[in-house]
Design a protein around this ligand. Structure first.
Ligand code: GTP
Ligand code: MG
Length: 197
């Protein structure tokens, strides 16, 4: 799919105030600093559509972007940011939970995980929660430029083995890098297929 236009629509801390339109929507979620905002820029070939930072906790709100005037990409704040207070975590959990509960137009979520790390309980728990709530998701492994191809395969195998302890099948997944644009065509093709087939 060619990205002809990509526009910021709005930021929100209240899922109920997100755009009313029923355009198909795709949300990017994962730990702080995993590369959600960078991936959105990579997919849309826009340098700073979504704000990125080397410091975790950059994205604090639900951000809607309108792509090709007919679908939405959503940049969500990261979870698992250690330096945030317990009460802030609760507020955050509530608005993320609400986002997923309210957005009927969500076609699928993309759960981002850093390909360099072992499966983290917080990510596995989040996927479990999505599954229990009937929310479709795919996994996007990020920062693939940081590993050699053999290590990538080894890490994917380890992830699969862990997931298959609780899931009957391995969820759909993509290997990506926002630095080299690995995986860009695959993710965009996947979205295109879901939107128009
Ligand atoms: P929060 O908004 O804080 O939750 O973070 P985020 O998940 O949106 O991460 P962000 O896109 O801001 O990226 C975090 C850091 O990782 C930045 O320093 C990025 O440059 C870096 N980064 C993101 N993706 C990649 C990648 O594919 N490869 C490399 N090498 N660095 C990346
Ligand atoms: Mg971000």
């Amino acid at each position: 799919m060619k990205i002809k236009s990509a526009e910021f629509v709005m930021s929100n801390s209240d899922a109920a105030k997100c755009p009313k339109s029923m355009l198909p929507e795709y949300a990017f979620i994962g730990r702080s600093n995993v590369g959600k905002s960078s991936l959105i820029n990579m997919l849309t070939s826009r340098k700073s559509l979504a704000k990125t930072s080397g410091r975790p906790g950059k994205t604090q709100l639900i951000n809607h972007f309108l792509i090709n005037k007919n679908w939405h990409l959503v940049d969500l704040p990261g979870y698992g940011y250690a330096r945030v207070s317990k009460s802030a975590k609760k507020v955050f959990q509530k608005f993320i939970t609400q986002y997923f509960a309210l957005r009927e137009q969500l076609v699928t979520a993309f759960v981002l995980v850093d390909i360099r790390h072992k499966p983290q309980p917080i990510d596995l728990e989040f996927m479990q929660w999505l599954g229990e709530n009937g929310i479709p998701f795919s996994i996007i492994f990020t920062k693939a430029d940081k590993l050699k191809p053999k290590a990538i395969q080894r890490h994917i195998e380890a992830y699969k083995n862990t997931l298959l302890e609780t899931w009957e099948v391995m969820p759909n997944y993509f290997i990506t890098s926002s630095s080299t644009a690995i995986g860009k065509d695959e993710v965009l093709r996947y979205i295109e297929d879901l939107n128009w087939n």
